[in-house]
Design a binder for this molecule. Structure first.
Ligand code: F6R
Length: 614
């Protein structure tokens, strides 16, 4: 959604503060700003545009100071304007504040504050918070105002008035060495750096400076200075002691490393991500499999890409393990799921912060379900909320569009399906070993496809980049692959692509087909006989109506030699890993189409990496 950062240090923090919002830009990038506390008070510099654009105009790192906060915005309340950009100031400019989340009662608060004489400069929900703090600080008695914790008291009073979700950070001229922050349902972490402390929406805010972090929980607030910090419960003011988490990510992992875009880098990291997924502790896979076996029903939930991962999981559990584990899009979970104490809900989330998934998981937990999660970000809300969490170890995914994290989750679900299949006697131990051997070759085969095919995929993508509408078709487990692939095309290239089961086509959509409609057919290998025959049949239906088809396939001989107008031929591989290879091809196809169309690849319009609103 938005990115928050803050630094309390002993020397000028302009440059590291600017750096930190560069690392958070994937969370929101329509505008950004900083507030630095210097000898003359708080200096705010902000504007609309990317961090680099704003920096060029406003010289964000220039103000001198040892304490500051910064923000990258993804607009929710109020358009993309300089006035709506954070940080927001109190009337007298003595408090500056940044916020991520949505304050649902901001309109009543704004009315109250306006009546009392506060002047608002933005249309945001955020601005009410800083005026509330100002109000409570000013209304405290002189003697209280002199007290060392007067600002803290006003801050907490203000926070307690808020309804909705928030991660908030504030600086003030009355406490020149402290950052005040609080959290409810939007993420906030503190980086412990010895003589400099940090705050951030996630570890990327300070990963270049420290690997030690403390994760704030809901309804906690913290006061952070350069060499100290404390955390308290917002409701009762009691001190909370928390353990320091060591971040395993490397700062180099979060850099582009010579690739033109993070998306391409992350696509190319997939062989390693699959290796990491395959190396997830077997005991963890066994535990999640036990949970599935012991539950009467299991739902897989996620949203956007992770819904499609859940759907792949549904197919894998059904075909490999012989159990039905419905996938539900998290935003629709409450409308569909029937929960009791024998239900297991497994949440899939890259960021671990997605509101819809977090909310669905909380709902399930409240109704007595057991919960598990497969998550990429350690210490994230979903990782901490679930009864049982597998950290997938894919490393930071910076591009807003998910690629490597999704593939890793698919592999982890597949391993669980195999484990259950053996216990359900659907697979012998010998078969299991054989299948695992096939999967163990996936990293090198993906690498081969990346090395040998990306040039050709680039050419094809460029050639068809003028096409405005695509159908992405697949049967069986190639259907969720088609859905996920079409989502990649939509979000990165802004090109309409509709994913659909190939068998569904003839029930209506076929009316669209003529020589102007372009399709991609995700073919299975011929070894999957039924699916192969049926998928070829669907392609024939399109061909008969002069539709244009690009076939992704494994080089199998077909009866009809000219079934496809173009084809991307992949190495022959066992059926169990075939869909993943086609996904990688589709990711590259979307990427190169977006390059041809000169899109904003790593930060597509209107998207944000972690969507923390309903
Ligand atoms: C697509 C994409 C989104 C996310 C979705 C869930 O490329 O990134 O569809 O998959 O917003 O996000 P997480 O996985 O962070 O819960």
């Amino acid at each position: 959604m938005c990115g928050i950062s803050g630094i309390a240090g002993f020397k000028n923090i302009g440059i590291p503060l600017l750096d930190s919002i560069r690392h958070l830009e994937y969370r929101g990038y329509d505008s950004c700003g900083i507030a630095i506390l210097g000898s003359h008070g708080i200096e705010v510099r902000k504007n609309i545009g990317s961090v680099d654009e704003v920096n060029e105009r406003e010289r964000l790192s220039e103000p001198d100071g040892k304490l500051g906060i910064a923000h990258t915005r993804w607009a929710t309340h109020g358009g993309v304007t300089k006035e709506n950009t954070h940080p927001h100031l109190s009337c007298k400019g003595d408090f500056a504040l940044v916020h991520n989340g949505i304050i649902s009662n901001y309109q009543e608060l704004k009315k109250e504050l306006t009546r009392e004489g506060h002047k608002f400069h933005s249309e945001t929900d955020t601005e009410v918070i800083v005026h509330l703090v100002e109000k409570y600080f000013k209304s405290s008695k002189d003697s209280v105002r002199q007290a060392h914790d007067a600002v803290e008291k006003a801050f907490i009073k203000a926070i307690k008035r808020l309804e909705g979700t928030y991660a908030v950070a504030m600086v003030t001229i009355y406490e020149k060495d402290k950052i005040f922050c609080a959290k409810k349902e939007s993420p906030l972490v503190i980086g412990i750096g010895g003589d400099t402390n940090y705050i951030g929406s996630d570890f990327n805010a300070f990963i270049d400076y420290t690997k030690n972090a403390v994760v704030l929980d809901d309804d906690e607030y913290a006061v952070v200075s350069k060499d100290r910090y404390f955390i308290k419960n917002t409701a009762n003011g009691e001190t909370v002691r928390k353990k320091i988490t060591e971040i395993h990510w490397d700062s180099d992992m979060a850099k582009k490393g010579g690739y033109p875009h993070y998306m391409l880098k992350e696509i190319y990291e997939q062989p390693q991500c699959v290796i990491n997924a395959l190396q997830v502790d077997k005991l963890l896979i066994k535990k999640i499999s036990d949970m599935i076996i012991e539950s009467k029903k299991t739902y897989l939930i996620g949203v956007g890409t992770t819904y499609y991962v859940s759907l792949i999981g549904e197919y894998q559990f059904s075909s490999v393990a012989g159990i039905f584990t419905p996938a539900i899009s998290s935003d629709e979970f409450k409308n569909l799921a029937h929960i009791d104490k024998n239900t297991l809900v497994i949440a899939l989330s890259q960021s671990g912060e997605t509101y819809d998934t977090l909310n669905a998981l909380k709902y399930a937990k409240n109704k007595g379900a057991k919960t598990a999660a497969i998550v990429n970000v350690m210490g994230s809300s979903i990782a901490r909320l679930a009864d049982y969490t597998i950290l997938q170890g894919s490393g930071p995914e910076i591009c807003v569009i998910s690629t490597k994290a999704a593939l890793s989750q698919m592999i982890i679900l597949l391993m669980a399906a195999i484990e259950i299949a053996v216990r359900n006697k659907k697979l012998t131990v010998k078969n299991k070993t054989e299948i695992e051997r096939h999967i163990s070759h996936l990293p090198e085969i993906i690498q081969r496809v990346l090395n040998e095919k990306s040039g050709f995929i680039h050419t094809i993508a460029q050639k068809y980049s003028h096409i405005n509408n695509w159908l992405y078709l697949g049967r069986g487990k190639y259907y969720p692959i088609a859905l996920e692939s079409s989502l990649k095309m939509k979000e990165v290239a802004y090109v309409h692509a509709e994913g659909m089961p190939a068998g569904f086509l003839k029930h209506g959509t076929i009316a669209l087909i003529d020589e102007n409609l372009y399709s991609i057919m995700f073919m299975p290998p011929k070894s999957d006989e039924d699916l192969y025959r049926l998928s070829s049949g669907s392609a024939e239906e399109i061909k008969a109506r002069k539709g244009f088809i690009i076939g992704f396939h494994f080089g199998d001989k077909r009866e009809s030699e000219k079934l496809f107008n173009e084809e991307i031929v992949l190495p022959k591989v066992p059926d169990i890993i075939a869909p993943f290879l086609e996904l990688v091809v589709a990711q590259l196809f979307a990427y190169f189409t977006a390059v041809a169309l000169k899109r904003n690849i790593d930060k597509p319009r209107s998207l944000a990496k972690s969507v923390t609103v309903a």
